[in-house]
Design a protein around this ligand. Structure first.
Ligand SMILES: [Zn+2]
Length: 308
């Protein structure tokens, strides 16, 4: 579905669109995972209401229950369009822009919608560890630039953000409290398989944690080395990470203007999601984001818990 096609849907068609993505086969009860269900029709029931027939459950649900769209008063067609807009815009989209484009009642509503969609974009709890060649790098985002301090990047009060990119594959990005051996080790161990070939710059925090992996190779940015071809043909660089951060910074400066530290992880999720699925179409990427909406409400508190 293109954004134009989604925009033409009525409520019922939008519900059907979301249902088909969430449940490619039959509806599954979000309370008990049962599939013996009955659609409740007629005026006595809210549109889209489904009854679970499992004796011990008997729960009722709609397509939005158990996901980031639950308890929202925003029409489903606007949700579907919102998912599409955030999934397809390379540098992201501000809440203000979303509010205008979708004709949402308030900035607050648009803001919550954006954050809920980012919540859906966050990687699944059980994610495959990265393999092959994995690049790791960090940058510093946000905060007012300190004039005359002479400091850039490391050592300033900006928020450090790490990214791990499997070459030609997924990206995972996260804000980190600092770039120490301990932090680097935690993130690498969480996301990268031991069988991977790790590539970083010469930052000393990577030396010890890097020993855990099959190989750890570095480029020395300090001596203006940005890529080096090894004897086996592999090229050592962290250019994928740098492209990722370039995109993120363009979004930060051009679209969002300011990200609070509190919500930085959501923007990291948003950019990581689009990077990971960059080789698919806008339509497919939107559908993945909608699929990932499921179950998120149970896992995350603010702002997913608040209604909009
Ligand atoms: Zn049930």
């Amino acid at each position: 579905m293109t954004i134009v096609e989604i925009g033409k849907m009525n409520d019922e068609q939008a519900r059907e669109y979301l249902e088909n993505i969430r449940w490619p086969n039959d509806p599954v009860c979000p309370h008990c995972q049962g599939t013996n269900v009955t659609r409740l029709k007629g005026e006595a029931h809210r549109p889209g209401m489904i009854q679970c027939n499992a004796k011990e459950c008997r729960g009722q649900f709609t397509v939005t229950v158990g996901g980031v769209m639950e308890s929202s008063h925003i029409p489903l067609v606007k949700w579907a369009m919102g998912f599409h807009m955030l999934s397809s815009s390379k540098k992201g989209m501000s809440a203000l822009q979303l509010q205008r484009n979708l004709g949402l009642g308030s900035y607050r509503t648009a803001w919550f919608m954006c954050h809920r969609i980012r919540c859906a974009m966050e990687g699944q709890p059980v994610q495959q560890k990265m393999t092959g060649v994995v690049e790791s790098d960090e940058t510093y985002i946000g905060g007012k630039p300190k004039r005359n301090s002479g400091k850039r990047g490391r050592g300033t009060k900006k928020q450090p953000v790490m990214v791990l990119v499997q070459r030609d594959g997924a990206a995972v990005s996260m804000p980190v409290p600092n770039v120490t051996i301990k932090t680097v080790r935690r993130e690498l161990n969480l996301h990268v398989s031991k069988s991977a070939i790790l590539m970083t710059d010469e930052h000393s925090a990577y030396i010890k944690p890097g020993q855990r992996f099959k190989e750890h190779d570095t480029v020395n940015h300090g001596t203006d080395e940005y890529a080096r071809r090894r004897d086996d043909g592999l090229v050592v660089h962290v250019n994928s990470c740098e492209s990722f951060f370039a995109l993120m910074k363009r979004g930060h400066h051009g679209i969002y203007h300011s990200w609070s530290k509190k919500h930085m992880h959501r923007y990291c999720s948003e950019f990581g999601f689009r990077w990971t699925h960059r080789k698919t179409t806008d339509t497919e990427r939107t559908e993945v984001a909608i699929q990932q909406a499921e179950g998120k409400r149970l896992l995350y508190k603010n702002p997913c818990e608040k209604s909009a």
